[in-house]
Design a protein. Structure first.
Ligand SMILES: N[C@@H](CCC(=O)N[C@@H](CS)C(=O)NCC(=O)O)C(=O)O
Length: 300
C-alpha cells in the first residue's frame, strides 16, 4: 500500500495517480495544499511541492520524475511488455525527454498558469497569492497550449504513442497535464485531430478523474457540466467550450484577435518570448490589447 500526498488539480500528482493505476498498485490519497506550507509536509518534502509518495521502508519519495523512476525500478520489470519505461536505452532516453517536456516545459508554460489562475487562486488566501484570475496570464497560457497541441499532434501522427510503439510515461505525463486543463475547457481539440484521437485512446484507460477532483472543481466554481440534464441547460449559455469528450464548460472568451495559423512544428517552439509575455494572440511584431484588438509593438 502506498500513500500519495497530492492535490486533485496538481498535474504532477495526476501523472503519478495514472502511473500507479497502470501498475495496479493500491493507493491511499492525502490531499495537500502545498501553498499552506504545512510543517509536517515540509518535513517529508522540504521543497514543499506535491506529489510525494510514501512507500513502506523507504524515505519519502518527492517529485513526479523521481517517483516514476522509483516505480519503474521497483515494479517495472513485473510489467513485462507493458513496462512504462522501456528497456532499450534509446527508447528510455526518448521517454525521459518527453516526460520532462510535459512535467517541466508544458507545466511552466501551460498547465501551471492555467490551474493556478483558474483554481488554486480561489482557494488561496490573499497573502498566499490568492485573488481573481489574471486574464493576461490565462491568455498567454492558452496560446502556449496551441503550440503544444500541434507538437503532440505531430508526435501522434508519426508514432503509435508519443514516445514510440507502446504506451509509456510520456503518454501518461502528457495526458495528466492536458487533462487538468481539459477539465477547465482550455484545450482547443478542434485544431488537431491526431492529438485528439491520441488523447481519447489514453483517456479510455481505466484511471479517470476521481470524485475528489470533481468535488474540488465544484468548490472552485468550475461546473462539471457533463450529463444530459446539464448539457441541455448549457445550450443556452454563450461562449460555451467543449472538451474532448464533448462535455460543455463555460469558458472565457478567447482573445478577439485572430491568432493566425500555427507554424509548422520546429519553426517556433512553445515557450518563445512572445508566448510567455502575454503577446500571445498576436503575430510577431504585434501585441494583443486588453480589449482584444491587435496593435503593432511600440504603438501606444
Ligand atoms: N519538480 C516537481 C514539481 C512539482 C510541483 O511544482 N508541484 C506543484 C503542484 S503541481 C506544487 O506543489 N507547487 C507548490 C509550490 O511550488 O510551492 C515534480 O516534478 O513533481
Amino acid at each position: 500500500m502506498f500513500t500519495l500526498f497530492h492535490h486533485p488539480f496538481c498535474p504532477h500528482s495526476r501523472f503519478i495517480r495514472l502511473v500507479l493505476g497502470e501498475h495496479g498498485l493500491d493507493l491511499r490519497l492525502v490531499e495537500e495544499r502545498a501553498w499552506e506550507r504545512r510543517e509536517a509536509f515540509l518535513v517529508l518534502n522540504p521543497a514543499g511541492t506535491t506529489p510525494v509518495l510514501i512507500a513502506e521502508g523507504r524515505p519519502a519519495i518527492p517529485g513526479a520524475g523521481i517517483i516514476a523512476e522509483y516505480l519503474d525500478e521497483s515494479h517495472g520489470a513485473a510489467m513485462g511488455e507493458r513496462r512504462l519505461l522501456p528497456s532499450g536505452m534509446n527508447e528510455r532516453i526518448e521517454v525521459r525527454r518527453l516526460m520532462a517536456w510535459f512535467n517541466e516545459k508544458f507545466f511552466e508554460e501551460a498547465s501551471h498558469p492555467l490551474v493556478t489562475e483558474r483554481i488554486y487562486k480561489r482557494f488561496m488566501r490573499e497573502d498566499d497569492g490568492g485573488g481573481p484570475p489574471a486574464a493576461d496570464v490565462i491568455r498567454a497560457a492558452k496560446a502556449n497550449v496551441r503550440y503544444h497541441l500541434a507538437y503532440i499532434g505531430w508526435l501522434a501522427r508519426t508514432r503509435n504513442f508519443l514516445a514510440g510503439d507502446r504506451l509509456s510515461y510520456a503518454d501518461l505525463a502528457a495526458a495528466a497535464h492536458l487533462s487538468a486543463i481539459d477539465y477547465l475547457g482550455d484545450v482547443p481539440w478542434v485544431e488537431d485531430d491526431a492529438a485528439k484521437a491520441w488523447y481519447a485512446r489514453v483517456k479510455s484507460r481505466p484511471v479517470v478523474p476521481s470524485a475528489a477532483e470533481r468535488m474540488a472543481g465544484r468548490r472552485a466554481g468550475v461546473a462539471d457540466l457533463c450529463g444530459p440534464r446539464l448539457l441541455t441547460i448549457t445550450g443556452l449559455v454563450p461562449r460555451m467550450l467543449r472538451n474532448a469528450e464533448g462535455c460543455a464548460f463555460r469558458g472565457p472568451l478567447r482573445c478577439a484577435a485572430d491568432p493566425g495559423p500555427i507554424p509548422a512544428w520546429g519553426l517556433v517552439g512553445p515557450g518563445s518570448a512572445e508566448q510567455r509575455t502575454g503577446r500571445c494572440c498576436a503575430s510577431p511584431g504585434e501585441r494583443c490589447t486588453a480589449s482584444g484588438t491587435r496593435t503593432r509593438t511600440g504603438d501606444s
